[in-house]
Design a protein around this ligand. Structure first.
Ligand SMILES: [Zn+2]
Length: 154
């Protein structure tokens, strides 16, 4: 009886410890999928391994035309051009996403609490959202340009 209780307690402790220490990458891996077979290694690393592109490397930083920004993996519409602004960070930045475009989760990598967002349709990582945006709602979506495809309005 005592032995069983001990077994149960160590099982419980193991469950709790693994819930804390198993990387989130593994837990979230199952709902992510590569849809676009033409994604480059760099794109895959950002979208599925939570890498980040170098600041000021994306041509989309200077994109000022009217249109929509789509997910480079699944093609879902994510941002409208009127939400884009120059944040000075070197990454394409937006004050808001289209409704339901993303799912968020809290990310503790580098010991800093940040809110990471993923495409709601394919699960690909796109960037982080911060509360220091220029509008009254205060959001700043900091997006990797490599994860986006811009389609100008015709
Ligand atoms: Zn997507």
């Amino acid at each position: 009886m005592k032995n069983n209780k001990r077994k149960y307690l160590s099982f419980l402790a193991l469950t709790i410890l693994s819930a804390i220490f198993i990387p989130h990458k593994l837990l979230f891996a199952n709902n992510k999928k590569i849809i676009n077979p033409k994604l480059s290694e760099k794109q895959k690393n950002i979208m599925f391994n939570e890498d980040t592109e170098r600041p000021y490397s994306s041509p989309l930083n200077n994109e000022k035309r009217k249109g929509f920004f789509h997910c480079a993996n699944c093609g879902a519409k994510l941002f409208a051009s009127n939400a884009k602004f120059d944040s000075g960070t070197g990454w394409p930045s937006f004050t808001e996403s289209l409704p339901g475009a993303f799912k968020t989760k809290i990310d503790y990598s580098f010991g800093v609490k940040r809110t990471e967002y993923h495409c709601a349709k394919c699960g690909a990582h796109h960037g982080h959202v911060f509360d220091d945006g220029p509008k009254s709602e205060g959001k700043r979506f900091c997006n990797n340009g490599l994860c986006l495809i811009f389609k100008p309005e015709k």
